[in-house]
Design a protein around this ligand. Structure first.
Ligand SMILES: Cc1cc2nc3c(=O)[nH]c(=O)nc-3n(C[C@H](O)[C@H](O)[C@H](O)COP(=O)(O)OP(=O)(O)OC[C@H]3O[C@@H](n4cnc5c(N)ncnc54)[C@H](O)[C@@H]3O)c2cc1C
Length: 321
């Protein structure tokens, strides 16, 4: 019988929402579910995985795993797969996962589908869909053969089940033998402006060249603070050096699918749309009524962002704070 292992990414002492979505989907499959949590605090985080459907958690607490290293992580994931006998591995389609899992697939002779937006199980076999050509069409994908099936899902695509706070499970600590690493990560510096990973954010306020200069991003940060949103950006402003690349939404940036995406002073070039048309509600603010972003927007505000954004911030503050 198939069994599923969910690779759980975490941040600030909590499993990321993407991991909770995958655990919920795995539980819904009716197959046995285990979790894999790597890094300091893994044993504590495993308890969260139990509440969302895992009955067993493979953990690696070593501080050597605090910073991501593809060789180290591939070794520990391979060990978890062997111990669990898992035939299906689910992970969020994050930057980390897209670096790690092709290496793992090659090591274990498995199949890999990344960037999936739909996941279903038919008789224990996973079926996925993924967008192609910047979202112009989607492909349904099935796995062939008996090798490990690795599925990388975009976050914010699946529902999160209610946690069962009474549920516990078995924790299986994993050790990795010392190895000669070819690279060593000395330090990871997080982008100060990014409060929550864009790919996981429920609300995003994104700014484009219409903001005119770097300092005007403050307007978006104020609106984002009131809404509890994360700030994103178009490539034009990233290329201008106003904000870091980690904030870029689009074909060569991040693919996001929040409940609400507010595009401010963004024209809606095809490469930007490729990263955000999965958003549930899109609000566009642009002074040009012909801007292509309005073709994708659920609600459009034609106006000067320097007038519209402060009014929105003020009105939302009245209601929300
Ligand atoms: C290979 C490739 C990959 C790319 N990848 C990406 C990507 O990942 N992400 C991405 O975003 N782009 C990407 N681009 C760039 C993309 O083609 C566009 O150049 C870019 O998205 C434009 O950014 P923008 O909308 O901020 O700027 P602009 O296109 O200059 O639009 C600015 C908008 O602001 C409006 N505006 C101006 N002043 C105001 C005001 N006061 N009030 C309201 N509105 C105002 C204007 O009407 C205009 O619509 C890529 C391009 C290539 C070739």
């Amino acid at each position: 019988m198939s069994n599923v292992i969910v690779f759980c990414e975490h941040q600030n002492g909590n499993l990321k929402k993407g991991a909770l979505e995958l655990l919920s989907a795995a539980r819904g499959s009716g197959l046995p579910v285990s979790a894999l949590v790597i890094g300091p605090g893994a044993n504590e985080l495993a308890k969260q995985a139990f509440q969302f459907g895992a009955t067993k958690a493979f953990t690696c607490e070593s501080k050597d795993f605090a910073a991501y290293n593809s060789e180290l992580y591939a070794s520990v994931v391979e060990r978890a797969i062997k111990n669990s006998g898992a035939s299906i591995l689910l992970a969020s389609s994050s930057m980390l996962a897209r670096d790690l899992f092709p290496r793992l697939a090659a090591r274990v002779g498995g199949g890999l589908v990344s960037d999936c937006t739909e996941l279903a199980f038919a008789g224990g076999a996973p079926r996925v869909r993924k967008p192609l050509y910047s979202g112009k069409c989607t492909a349904g994908v099935e796995f062939k053969g008996s090798g490990l099936k690795i599925i990388l899902m975009r976050p914010n695509q699946l529902p999160v089940a209610n946690p069962d706070s009474g549920k516990t499970g078995e924790i299986v600590p994993l050790d990795v033998a010392p190895m000669d690493l070819k690279t060593l990560v000395k330090e990871v510096v997080r982008g100060a402006s990014e409060k929550l990973d864009l790919t996981e954010a429920n609300i995003i306020v994104s700014g484009g060249r219409g903001l005119k200069e770097k300092e005007n991003f403050k307007l978006l940060e104020e609106l984002a603070d009131v809404l509890g949103a994360t700030v994103g950006a178009s490539r034009a402003v990233v290329d201008s050096g106003w904000v870091p690349h980690g904030m870029q939404v689009g074909q060569t940036g991040k693919t996001v699918a929040p409940t609400l995406y507010i595009a401010v002073g963004i024209s809606g070039a095809i490469q930007h749309l490729a990263g955000m048309t999965g958003s549930k509600v899109i609000v566009a603010i642009n002074k040009d009524p012909e801007a292509p972003i309005f073709q994708k927007a659920t609600y459009g505000i034609v106006g000067d962002l320097f007038e519209v954004v402060p009014v929105l911030t003020k009105e939302f503050r009245k209601v929300l704070q």
